[in-house]
Design a protein around this ligand. Structure first.
Ligand code: ING
Length: 314
């Protein structure tokens, strides 16, 4: 008997600095309702879904940054309506947010995501490992990308979770540029991987054609889904936030590497696909039977060496 799960990518258009969390939650609830109307039972929201992509701004008042862009509790009174609506509709969801955690009196800040069950329980949490950008102020740059300033490297690793009768793993944005992240999830039996992203249309460092950035996003999503035989849902927050554009192209990619659904706007938009969770089984038994074909004894450099060291064998 085939196992299906109707999944939605709920893409969010721009959130400006002037947009309140309440305004964001209102839009997220509307997206949830639209996904529900399409029959979706699992909704994937973007990275940092409650606020503007604040790492684009150099800010020195940490208490203001914490108040405006981090969540001390999840859910909080402001975000509770989203959890309430999802529970009422019997929908599970993934959502990204800025997490402020106080452990033994020490404040820690992460770019995080959670899986919330249809019953409203948090089934799992992920803290973004691959933080792109920089920590220093680049006053002459068109915009900043200060994830290395505002967040710590995630300390929970890449884990999978039992979720809605599936094995689901979570990643966030830049993680999709690092195949190791997907492989670690694949080695733990991931059937579905969810990934929210906020990706600037312009390149901070050099004049890269915007179409090329979308091309990279699409080839990575298709290859990572195929090479790990997983359903991969990547959801954007996009559009011009205070004039700074980010691209959409949210996708639901099948284990075969085919794009099953893709958004066509840079605004609030829902795409839905009735995912056949058995679709990856043949691949996992044959071409990507990891136990049969992988040779870790030859992969040691991947773990032992961080950057390039030119060490030719002749
Ligand atoms: N955004 C971008 C991403 O990895 C980026 C940052 C873009 C880094 C392009 C390097 C090249 O998609 C986030 N939030 O990681």
């Amino acid at each position: 008997m085939s196992r299906h799960l109707k999944i939605a990518a709920a893409q969010l258009g721009p959130l400006h600095r002037s947009d309140t969390r309440a305004a964001a939650v209102k839009r997220l609830v509307a997206l949830l309702r639209e996904a529900n109307a399409g029959g979706a039972k699992f909704v994937v929201f973007p990275e940092l879904a409650f606020t503007t992509f604040f790492p684009r701004w150099w800010m020195e008042d940490q208490s203001e940054v914490d108040a405006r862009y981090f969540e001390r509790r999840m859910p909080s009174p402001e975000t509770q309506p989203l959890f309430d609506e999802a529970k009422k509709l019997g929908i599970g969801f993934y959502i990204g947010y800025g997490e402020l955690d106080e452990e033994q009196g020490r404040i820690r800040r992460f770019n995080s995501a959670i899986l919330v069950t249809p019953e409203g329980n948090i089934a799992g949490k992920y803290r973004k490992v691959h933080l792109p950008g920089h920590a220093d102020h680049k006053p002459h740059a068109a915009f900043q990308h200060l994830e290395k300033k505002y967040f710590e490297v995630g300390n929970l690793g890449f884990r999978t979770f039992r979720f809605m009768d599936t094995i689901t793993g979570m990643l966030i944005c830049n993680d999709r540029r690092w195949p190791e992240a997907f492989r670690v999830l694949g080695l733990q039996g991931a059937e579905i991987v969810t990934l929210g992203f906020n990706t600037p249309t312009e390149n901070l460092h050099y004049p890269e054609p915007p179409a090329l950035r979308v091309h990279h996003h699409l080839i990575m999503a298709q290859s990572m889904a195929f090479q790990n035989a997983i359903w991969l849902v990547e959801t954007a927050k996009c559009g011009a936030e205070d004039g700074f554009r980010m691209f959409g192209h949210s996708v639901i990619v099948a284990p075969t590497g085919e794009i099953a659904a893709k958004t066509v706007s840079e605004d609030d938009e829902v795409i839905v696909h009735n995912a056949d969770l058995g679709l990856g089984e043949n691949l996992r038994k044959t071409m990507f039977n990891l136990a049969a074909h992988r040779r870790p004894e030859h992969y040691k450099l991947i773990v032992e060496r961080i950057g390039v060291e030119v060490t030719p064998s002749n």
